[in-house]
Design a protein around this ligand. Sequence first.
Ligand code: 5GP
Length: 185
Amino acid sequence: MFKGKLFVISGASGVGKSTVLSRVMAKREDLLFSVSATTRAPRPGEQEAVSYYFVSKDAFREMIDRGEFVEYDAHMNNFYGTPKGQLEEKLQRGHVILDIEPNGAFAVKKARPDAVLIFIAPPSMAEVERRLRSRGDTPEDQICLRLDRANWEMEQSKKYNYTVINDRVDACAEEILDIIAHEAD
Ligand code: 5GP
C-alpha cells in the first residue's frame, strides 16, 4: 500500500505552470515531485535528476523495452516519461505531484483511478503566446508546435477533475493548495 496520493498537474508550456508549481511545493513539505525522463535538451538552469533525467533517444527506448515507465508519450519531437521506480519510492514517503501532459495524465488515471487530475489553464491563448516568446529560450518552430499543442490541451481539460485559471500566480497556487488539502488531508 502506498502512503501518498497522486496529483497530476497539466498545463501547456506558456501557462506559467512551473512558477505555480514551485509556489505550491514550497508551501507543503509533504509534496514530492516526480522527476520525468526526457530526450529534450536541458534549458538554462535545469538540473539533472531535479528537473528531469535527461537521456538520449536510444537510452529512452531501452527504458521503454525494460518496462521502466508508468507512462510515456512522444510530443513536440521528444519523448517524455514517468519512471516507475522513483514514483513508487516517493509514494511510500508522501504525496506526489506529476507535471505531465494529458495523454500521460489519462494513462496514470487508468492505472490509479484515485489520482487527482488538475489542469492549469491560461487566462487566454494570446497570453500563452506572449509568455512563450518572452521566455526567449524557445526557437520559433517550437513556439508554433507548442501553441498548437496548447490548443489541443485546452480541449482535454474537460476530462480533468479540476481546472484552475492562472490569472495571478499566487491565487492559482492557493487554489491548488486548497484542492490538495481537500483531497489529501
Ligand atoms: P517541457 O519540455 O516544457 O518541460 O514539457 C513539455 C510537456 O511535457 C509539458 O506539458 C509537460 O507536462 C510534459 N511532460 C513532462 N514530463 C512528462 C512525462 O513524464 N510524461 C508525459 N506524458 N508528459 C510529460
